[in-house]
Design a protein around this ligand. Sequence first.
Ligand code: NI
Length: 151
Amino acid sequence: MSQVVRFSVSLEAQLLEEFDRYCQTHQYPTRSEAVRHLIREKLNQDTWQANEQEVTATLTLIYDHHRSQLVSRLLELQHDHAEHVISTMHVHLDHDRCLEVIVLRGPARQLRGMVDRLRALKGVSFGQLVVASGEPRCAGSTPPVGRQGAS
Ligand code: NI
């Protein structure tokens, strides 16, 4: 095991309170353990996204469909990467907001570029990527199915 190093972090009191609640909810014995876990998780995900390995992932977006041009930009970006978009699910959250889950498969680096552009669109208030698998596709897997849902 490598040497353990101590460092201090400055946080707003409220953020620390929320973090302590998080540690309690997830039953971390110490803050250090929680911080280690979160840092490893984030670094792992970053590494995966930076390489050429083929991955399967979901991107969950929440956006305001009234925002000018947003829906067409979202669709345009997805069509530009049609070979990597396996399926989408669209849920009308309320009068203004839509939730969209996009299932993606392809080389991690290429997916990352697309995901970064989708998340950066004005009117997108939430965008979370979950990398589900970095394993090579198994021989018996089926080809991508058609897209579902619309804006
Ligand atoms: Ni909608």
